[in-house]
Design a protein around this ligand. Structure first.
Ligand SMILES: Nc1ncnc2c1ncn2[C@@H]1O[C@H](COP(=O)(O)OP(=O)(O)O)[C@@H](O)[C@H]1O
Ligand SMILES: [Mg+2]
Length: 284
């Protein structure tokens, strides 16, 4: 049995996953997804590996490569379905709401004019996000109409199919931190607070945020595992905010979770636990 870790940019995470798999004696290789070609000839493909851990930075590359590998009958962590939901904030918000998991109230508009009408209706401040993205890119607090108009102008100038879809979220009144929970199946591997850097509202580690170990309370465990289950499960990063009025709310689920910041404070070997999950899920 050979485990292939698919990547398109080698980060701390992929290297650590590889090292831990090798340490466990698993026949493992790092495969650059950019070098793979797949055809519809189901028996004519020469793909390296028997099981796949999909770790591409590019959401769409990872998503469609997963679809091809599943077509060929290979098990991939995470599945196409989970990656599709978690890679798209609109889809995640809808599933969380449908599953009655506490999450920020979110609105969607499908062109600039209806976005402007929406802002008049809901008022300021609010948060705007791109449908697909990570590292806090394009996640902006919008405090007044002037900023909202600049966002519209910018989107109209840099028009893509996604720029016409507006994802607007209530601003959560929270401390300057959130909680990143790394989940494998039905277990929270570790939970860390992420504190935002100076002059930065977003708590992403990629924006200079720093981490500290967070206790896994029953309340946290319940909401995080319910949220993971709602999107289909796997190896996930469930991000939770502490709303001063409502308590815990899930704002995002990452299907390609980074854990460099969490590793610095975690008491458990995160990569090792992830590899164990991939192997265990094969037995099921
Ligand atoms: N509704 C919100 N209210 C307050 N802060 C938010 C809200 N949404 C996001 N944030 C902050 O912005 C960060 C990035 O948002 P997120 O939705 O996780 O996007 P990304 O996928 O880019 O990480 C969050 O980790 C949090 O610190
Ligand atoms: Mg996030």
């Amino acid at each position: 049995m050979e485990l292939s870790i698919l990547y398109d940019k080698l980060r701390f995470e992929e290297k650590t996953l590889y090292d831990n798999a090798i340490k466990k004696g698993i026949n493992t290789r790092l495969v650059d997804a950019k070098t793979i070609s797949i055809s519809t000839d189901i028996n004519g493909n020469d793909v390296l590996g028997d099981i796949f851990l999909q770790r591409c930075l590019s959401h769409f590359r990872g998503l469609y490569l997963t679809s091809c590998l599943e077509f060929l009958g290979y098990p991939v962590t995470n599945t196409y379905q989970v990656t599709e939901i978690c890679g798209n904030k609109l889809r995640t918000s809808l599933i969380l709401a449908k599953s009655k998991i506490a999450s920020p109230k979110t609105y969607f508009s499908f062109n600039s004019e209806s976005f402007k009408s929406l802002t008049e209706k809901i008022g300021f401040p609010f948060v705007i996000k791109p449908l697909v993205g990570s590292w806090g890119r394009g996640v902006f607090p919008v405090k007044d109409g002037e900023v909202a108009n600049m966002i519209v102008e910018n989107r109209e100038e840099n028009d893509t199919p996604f720029s016409r879809i507006y994802y607007v979220q209530e601003m959560i009144d929270r401390p300057p931190r959130d909680i990143r929970c790394i989940v494998a199946g039905e277990q929270i591997i570790t939970a860390v607070y992420r504190y935002s850097a100076n002059n930065e509202w977003r708590t992403n580690v990629s924006r200079g945020g720093h981490t500290a170990l967070a206790p896994i309370t029953n309340e946290l465990e319940d909401i995080v595992l319910d949220a993971s289950k709602a999107v289909g499960g796997g190896i996930l990063g469930v991000d939770v905010m502490e709303d001063k009025n409502r308590g815990l709310v899930v704002h995002e689920i990452n299907s390609n979770v980074e854990f460099r910041g969490a590793s610095q404070v975690a008491q458990i070997n995160i990569a090792s636990a992830m590899i164990d999950y991939v192997l265990d899920s094969l037995k099921k």
